[in-house]
Design a protein around this ligand. Sequence first.
Ligand SMILES: Cc1cc2nc3c(=O)[nH]c(=O)nc-3n(C[C@H](O)[C@H](O)[C@H](O)COP(=O)(O)OP(=O)(O)OC[C@H]3O[C@@H](n4cnc5c(N)ncnc54)[C@H](O)[C@@H]3O)c2cc1C
Ligand code: SF4
Length: 512
Amino acid sequence: MSRLRLILGDQLNINHSWLREPERSASRDVIYVLMEVRTETDYVVHHAQKVLGIFAAMRGFSSALQAAGLKVHYIRLSDADNKQDFIANLRQLIDIYGVTKIERQQADEYRLESLLLKAPDILGVPVKVFDSEHFLTNRASISRQFAIEVPRMEFFYRELRKQYNVLLDEKHNPIGGRWNYDQENRKRWKGEPALPEQYKLSANLAELWNEIQTCNVKTMGQAHAKEFPWPITRSQAKAWLAHFMVTAFPHFGEFQDAMSTASPKLFHAGISFSLNIKLLHPLEVIRAALDEFNAGRVGVATVEGFVRQILGWREFVRGIYWARMPDYAHLNVLQHERPLPRWYWNGETNMNCLHHAIQQSLDNAYAHHIQRLMITGNFALLAGCAPDEVDAWYLGIYIDAFEWVEMPNVRGMSQYADGGIMGSKPYAGSASYINKMSDYCKNCHYDHKLRHGEKSCPFNSLFWHFHARHAKLLSTNPRISMTYLLWQKMSESERRQTLAQAELYLNNVDNL
Ligand SMILES: Cc1cc2nc3c(=O)[nH]c(=O)nc-3n(C[C@H](O)[C@H](O)[C@H](O)COP(=O)(O)OP(=O)(O)OC[C@H]3O[C@@H](n4cnc5c(N)ncnc54)[C@H](O)[C@@H]3O)c2cc1C
Ligand code: SF4
């Protein structure tokens, strides 16, 4: 009799109770299994760094388990007997090891969870499911709650602050007197303070990259295999986090929404990959941030802004995903059908903001939140691109993209395809927002001040086109009533020229 424990590529949590003593010593008959399979490399075109990073981290994790004396069966992508599919590989392993019971952790993605739920019937072996012990909310109860009514993120987040006793005074009121310091976290970065020094990592993954290419896995973007820039082990992830806390965190809050051609990351943490593959636990990240605040090295607006992302948004999007899947993946309330412009795949556009945001994403597999929301997402929304295509692009290009977190952010927050489940209004912005928060417009082919005419910024006319064509659905939304008031105040001729300009751009969208 033998027990098989399946560990997925985003379940590299060395502190899971499976791997803790005395559970470990009591489980001598257990074989731990990790596998690299084509069904995972091919369900979307991934960024080269995403495939490399996940496989390298899995291989490192497997070595750590073996070094701790555990029995591990690791299936590499290029192994001759790799069936390239979870179920087929499990069937083979059942025969090899005489497996009588499978254990696994809850998969975070609906696609995988649905597949693995079928495993007992297909394989004829019982499968016990364990919590991944990673998140701060319980999946079953949050799914039940969110299926009835999705609360506003702000209230959900306050409840979690109370539950985890985060940033509260002795009377359980928010420290500093306010729950939310968002208003203070909206500064443009003008070159001061100096940019934080980047944490340098340089694992040589050339051999693994060669193997991935020999297997003909289709990827996008730069691999940077010889000097891989992301953490792939827990110790690297911890060192990266510690470095962020000292160098960038003090200014995270102020410049959270800023964008600059001088730096892709500015003062952001770059920890989403480590969190999502579970090299880091969200609570340890929050505690590290609270330590900085308690030591007086960061202010309340910064620490609150940071905690809100992890304790609030990250758990919130997961709740929406699990409550609303599988229907959520098909929502398209605005009935957007346009293909994504071809320059999303190479960054070759005259729009400087999009050129920068896409080029840096292809180079680094990373863009920060406001670049994803107000540049690439904003344009796709205004141009009316099909949410399926937008989803696939985001799911592929970012190293941290796993569907449970990608989809609510993209289909919900950014594309408003869910009609307001994620957010109470569409995140649509014109050039005036982009110019306010970045230096992109300075050197752009287009003029951010113009609404129509040859050099007019496409964001301007498309912004009004978007609101005009969705007036029936959106004009009654009190959060954007001011936008419709401004539209009505424009002269008839101004409105006509603006819409005509937008049509011109939409008809030529691949060449902007
Ligand atoms: C259109 C769009 C697509 C996105 N796709 C993804 C994705 O595929 N994977 C992903 O992890 N995040 C995604 N996000 C959320 C957010 O942009 C990234 O988590 C963040 O940019 C990662 O960089 P960072 O670690 O430097 O984040 P920081 O800005 O330093 O924030 C710290 C952490 O907070 C968490 N966080 C912040 N905002 C969110 C959010 N809206 N939802 C969930 N967690 C959040 C992340 O874990 C992040 O690492 C998306 C946002 C948008 C608008
Ligand atoms: S002018 Fe328009 S297209 Fe150019 S950078 Fe500014 S917002 Fe982007």
